[in-house]
Ligand binder design. Structure first.
Ligand code: CDP
Length: 242
């Protein structure tokens, strides 16, 4: 689609009060989730959210041989978030960097509270999140896809974690920031939660918000999570039935 930009919105990419991609403030980008897309992994998922394209593979629970991290009474949940070199505008140097190490850590911490790790002593569950194409909000989209892949692997969980961000762009509190809103906007609040109980397992905040704006962003992110949660369930039902 070709968007004609008038002189008045060249700097911001938006008309006053409207988002650059035409979405309402509480509207998600188009979302697609599919479970069980890889035959060699124990569980897998593919997710598209706007221009994000993310593939997740889960292996395990399986025996853990690394004594340094092995837990005698439970499994460990290891997550690796990785961006493909071709996933962003400037070629991403292959391998881990500060950002991917941080996202891997918060992903593991966001997912761990729902997994019955105590059922699998001395084991590991490995989650590989591959960002094939990045378009803003990849940490949340990666967590959402990882949950579906864990469910697809049959890993016992008390809920399916879902993740979404809200923030402030062009002076407005908006849901599910696009890459442009993420980079040029004023603030970003990614969350992950248990949809059944509303418990929050990830809460980050980048940028400046007043307490009222923060509350509004949080409410909006929770609203977004609830919508995405329905799509996660549909992906599992499409693969396994009710
Ligand atoms: O992806 P997320 O919003 O969770 O994380 P971020 O660190 O706030 O990055 C925002 C966006 O910047 C990503 O989604 C990518 O689209 C982009 N990005 C990039 O272009 N090059 C990188 N090396 C890292 C991120």
């Amino acid at each position: 689609m070709i968007t004609i930009i008038t002189n008045t919105n060249i700097n911001t990419g938006t008309e006053a009060g409207e988002r650059a991609d035409g979405r309402a403030s509480n509207e998600l980008r188009p979302l697609k989730i599919e479970a069980g897309v890889l035959k060699r992994a124990d569980g897998s998922a593919y997710l598209e959210l706007g221009g994000n394209k993310i593939l997740v593979a889960v292996y395990g629970p399986r025996e853990l041989h690394v004594r340094r991290i092995m837990q005698p009474n439970r499994a460990v949940l290891r997550c690796r978030y990785n961006m493909a070199p071709f996933s962003v505008d400037d070629r991403k140097r292959p391998g881990p960097d500060r950002r991917s190490v941080e996202i891997s850590k918060i992903t593991s911490e966001a997912l761990t509270p729902v997994v019955f790790l105590e059922k699998f002593p001395r084991s590991t569950i490995d989650v590989f999140i591959e960002i094939l194409q990045a378009d803003g909000g990849t940490r949340c989209a990666g967590i959402t896809a990882a949950s579906v892949a864990l469910a697809d692997a049959g890993v016992p969980m008390k809920d399916m974690i879902v993740s979404c961000a809200a923030g402030k762009a062009n002076e407005k509190i908006v849901l599910d920031l696009s890459e442009w809103e993420d980079k040029e906007g004023e603030a970003d609040v990614p969350i992950a939660m248990m949809p059944r109980t509303g418990e929050i397992t990830l809460l980050q905040s980048d940028g400046n918000l007043t307490p009222e704006e923060f509350e509004k962003a949080l409410d909006l992110a929770v609203e977004g999570c609830k919508k995405i949660s329905e799509e996660q369930k549909k992906a599992i039902i499409a693969r396994y039935g009710d």
